[in-house]
Design a protein around this ligand. Structure first.
Ligand SMILES: C[S@@+](CC[C@H](N)C(=O)[O-])C[C@H]1O[C@@H](n2cnc3c(N)ncnc32)[C@H](O)[C@@H]1O
Ligand SMILES: *[C@@H]1O[C@H](CO)[C@@H](O)[C@H](O)[C@H]1NC(C)=O
Length: 273
């Protein structure tokens, strides 16, 4: 029988404890917590958007948008928007959640864009350019998408993602706050009205920016507003306005918060003039 000295046994116990501790933490991080939080919107956002993001930023000395761009450059084909969308969805499902509209709600977005076949589109909130690529790839020739982003680091990444998809011609990325740019749309970009507006910036801006677009005459009879995240994180004041106003005909499309099983959806509202 093998007899180990007391010191050796203590070392073995210590090493064994460290390995099981590390395995347990890894299982919690990769599997247990993500599975547990995917049914709860608030917890999912705190876990993915605060805790994991900060931890990975510190560990890798990079940012989530940089890591997302890296995944695009590794796994997407230049000039192929579909491969860009797929590389981002794969990255966000298997590696790291991110606040893109995502694949599930993305299909609803695609069908609205295809149905309207818009010539002029405004997107509020670019982030890394995921939805920008999704929309722009479906636009008819000569159509234009203006997308607004006030975070210069996100805008810099989005430019590269859009260029990787080969869509720079169709997309004009404008850096700055929606409240500042909406009143300048007509004179700066020669816009008459938008056929489609995709609202996906900070949730408390949906309502004031909608009223601003009305005041600035950027909506015509038939213009469509499509708003993301109306349930999670939620936009109660916007929903209440758009659903009760006689100037809009509004419909809810039920879906899930990107890359989770939490209910969320898109609200499609047609302006009646
Ligand atoms: C949910 S993310 C957009 C995701 C993107 N539409 C997608 O699906 O890939 C929201 C973005 O809006 C930007 N943002 C928030 N408020 C804004 C504002 N008032 N003007 C311009 N950008 C804004 C944020 O910096 C953030 O990048
Ligand atoms: C690229 O795709 C492969 C195969 O799907 C995957 O294993 C890899 O992690 C992806 N790379 C990045 C950086 O997302």
């Amino acid at each position: 029988m093998l007899v180990l000295c007391l010191g050796c046994r203590m070392w073995l116990t210590l090493i064994y404890s460290c390995i099981s501790g590390a395995a347990l933490l890894y299982a919690l991080y990769r599997w247990v917590i993500p599975t547990a939080v995917q049914y709860h919107g608030g917890l999912a956002l705190i876990w993915h958007d605060v805790i994991v993001e900060r931890m990975l930023d510190t560990l890798t000395q990079s940012t989530r948008p940089q890591r997302l761009l890296n995944a695009v450059q590794k796994n997407a084909t230049r000039g192929d928007p579909r491969s860009v969308v797929k590389a981002i969805d794969d990255f966000c499902r298997h590696k790291e959640w991110a606040m893109n509209v995502g694949d599930e709600k993305g299909c609803i977005l695609d069908s609205v864009v295809s149905e309207i076949n818009p010539a002029a589109v405004l997107e509020l909130g670019t982030y890394c350019g995921y939805s920008t690529v999704r929309i722009a790839r479906l636009l008819p020739p000569h159509a234009k998408l203006i997308t607004l982003e006030f975070n210069p680091d996100f805008a810099a990444i989005a430019r590269q993602v859009i260029a990787w998809a080969g869509l720079e011609e169709k997309v004009q990325l404008v850096e700055g706050a929606s409240g500042d740019w909406i009143p300048k749309m007509k004179e700066q970009f020669g816009i008459t009205t938008f056929d489609l507006v995709f609202l996906d910036h900070w949730k408390d801006r949906y309502l004031p920016d909608t009223k601003l677009m009305e005041e600035c005459g950027l909506l015509r009879k038939g213009s469509v507003l499509l708003a993301d995240n109306v349930i999670c994180p939620g936009t109660p004041d916007y929903l209440e306005y758009i659903r009760s106003s006689p100037r809009y005909e509004s419909r809810y499309f039920k879906s899930h918060l990107e890359y989770t099983k939490v209910e969320d959806g898109l609200e499609k509202s047609v302006f009646k003039g």
